[in-house]
Design a protein around this ligand. Sequence first.
Ligand SMILES: Cc1cc2nc3c(=O)[nH]c(=O)nc-3n(C[C@H](O)[C@H](O)[C@H](O)COP(=O)(O)OP(=O)(O)OC[C@H]3O[C@@H](n4cnc5c(N)ncnc54)[C@H](O)[C@@H]3O)c2cc1C
Length: 461
Amino acid sequence: MTTTMKHFDAIIIGTGQAGPSLAARFAGAGKTVAIIERHKFGGTCVNTGCIPTKTLVASAYAIHVAGRGAEYGFSVGDVRTDMKRIKARKDAASARSNKGVEEWLRGLADCTVIQGHARFQSSHSVLVNDEVLEADKIFINVGGRASIPEMPGIHDVPFLNNSSMMNIEFLPKHFIIVGGSYIGLEFAQIYRRFGSEVTIVEMGARLIGREDEDISQAVREILEAEGIHIRLNAKCISLAKRDGGVAVGITCEEGPPEIVGTHILMAVGRTPNTSDLGLEQAGVAIDHRGFIIVDDQLQTNVPGIWALGDCNGRGGFTHTSYNDYEIVADNLFNDDHRRVSDRIMAYALYIDPPLGRCGMTDAEIRQSGLRALAVKYPMSKVSRAYEKGEAQGFIKICVDAETKMILGAAILGVGGDEVIHDLLDIMYAKATYTVIRRAMHIHPTVSEYLPTILGMLEPFV
Ligand SMILES: Cc1cc2nc3c(=O)[nH]c(=O)nc-3n(C[C@H](O)[C@H](O)[C@H](O)COP(=O)(O)OP(=O)(O)OC[C@H]3O[C@@H](n4cnc5c(N)ncnc54)[C@H](O)[C@@H]3O)c2cc1C
């Protein structure tokens, strides 16, 4: 039963990567703000996404290098994975951030922190627990969750997703990962390095289908070299129980029609948390997949309501959600005119070696009709990479033949997630690639090759 009604200058639903900073901005401006969280402070990235997975990536990397001791000139005996300690390390990293977010919010003057599920009652009011909160400005930062595909047998077998993965402290004997995209590939390599047999089942004709074919192929080779099985073109996936395990039925062009494993991870995309938010009470429009429709400044169709982060379908990363916060806050508090369309897409895939990406793919450049120049350089020729014994992958850069601006780049290789920023910042500066040509970079680094290889550009389209 509704018992109280409270008014605020702003209400924020969700404590993901945009909400807490926005709350701090309102509080800092002397405004009253309520921020509501129904589960764990910090949301996906902190509790079930980036932070725990990258902590696991670090454990997997250490185990992998230890296993290559002979190559580097040391021996450690039998390398054994201790899943309980790996999980404890991961939990500590998540807890640190989760606690940090909660303490930060609770310490803000004029910020009311409420734990509970928020639901719109109208375009200006939200019901949470027994309270109705009112505000002229409401910000939705509710994030998303793992999608559950409607495939035959899905309700008959137990399966894991990115959230339930966080609780396991045993090593699956044979892990079947359904979905060969970013999340699935990271878990695949992590668990292979921990010691599981791993099979990736992907419906598409190649892994990470949004990337260019040469990247999909190189990533496939990296994973297969570590003994990961990959089944592509799995058009009709079905699940069934088997003695002591689970079976995944696959209609593949080649290979056995069924794989039997001990555990399944579903990594087939994300669903926005918008169906239980009462959006219809507020009149907020969503698209056919449930993403909240926003304009270039992240306002919904209802004046006074904004949507930030994964729930607006405009990013899907921690940095895009945080950038959403910056856009909204600068427009509201600094009388700025920042727009989502001004940002350049950039992200990383955290397999080892990582893939750093920015700007357009080759396919997008071809479709754009732009005349482009390109260079592709193998990491095997990058001295820092072979000194480290990590020489897989390549650097690929495309520039506009007329303007000399960088159009897009992919760095699959050691340090790729960091080095990509050399190119990204030049793109933001709206400078030509020739600026990098004259820059003196530090030796020995991966970055030092950029000035040289940008001198090797050749006609691309
Ligand atoms: C396995 C995995 C690995 C990832 N790795 C990376 C990575 O390396 N780099 C990267 O950039 N991104 C990564 N991501 C994506 C990243 O985690 C998200 O893009 C990021 O967390 C942004 O989320 P958000 O701000 O939209 O909201 P979220 O972080 O999802 O937070 C939303 C919050 O809202 C709360 N909430 C929802 N509905 C309500 C309601 N009705 N009432 C109250 N509270 C509500 C939720 O409980 C949640 O805490 C990864 C994701 C996954 C799943």
